[in-house]
Every structure is written in C-alpha cells, then in structure tokens.
Write a protein that binds this ligand. Sequence first.
Ligand SMILES: [Zn+2]
Ligand SMILES: [Zn+2]
Length: 126
Amino acid sequence: MIEELLKNKNLKQTKQRIEILKIIEQLDLDASKKNIIENTSIDKSTVYRTLDTLLNYNIIETSINHKNELYYVIKQEHKHYIRCIKCHRKKEIDICPVNEIKDSDFKIITHKIEIDGICQSCEKDG
Ligand SMILES: [Zn+2]
Ligand SMILES: [Zn+2]
C-alpha cells in the first residue's frame, strides 16, 4: 500500500522513502520530525530531504497533534475525521463542510479541518 503511494506519483520506491512512510504510519499522531529520526537509522539529512520530497509530492502533509506538536501524516483521499481529545480515537465523518462555501472571489484549492470532541465512552468515564 505504501509502495503504491509512491507509484501513483511516479516516484522511485527507494528504501528510505518506504521506511519513512512506514514509520509515519506506525507513529501515527506522534510522527514528529524528532520521533521519526529517533525511530530510524537513516541519517538526519536524508530524513529531512525525504520528508520534503514526500511533502512536495503531496504524499504526506503536516498537522498539529494534541501535544501541540507538528507531525506528519500520510495524506488520505478527501476525508474528514472527528477526534476524541481524551482517547484520541478518530471517526470518519461523511460530509465535507467546505463544500458549502461558495465564494465568488476565491476558488478553494485545498483545506484542512480539525474537529475535536469527546467520544461517548470517554464522556461516561467523566
Ligand atoms: Zn474517547
Ligand atoms: Zn473537505
């Protein structure tokens, strides 16, 4: 699946790219630059370069996690999630609120939406 992300963008499937994408996937919300470097034997400058390439090709994007850290995430097809601020469970929502925005001055090209909430089971636990 990770190999396909590279193939779809006509990017060479190098060992480093595949490894870094796997680490990003495993670390999930903790995939900060620092944690990625700590979890690989690939040297720092190659990690930086690889992250830049993956960002430029829109294979990954950055977001801010619950610890207020910048982290990397594999770009999903157009989907939005609501996230529990306590257990960090994510649930897909099936609409895109941005579709409702109709502005004559701007054509929307891209957007990021972060929706935080408290899931039912966490709310019960108080
Ligand atoms: Zn929860
Ligand atoms: Zn959307």
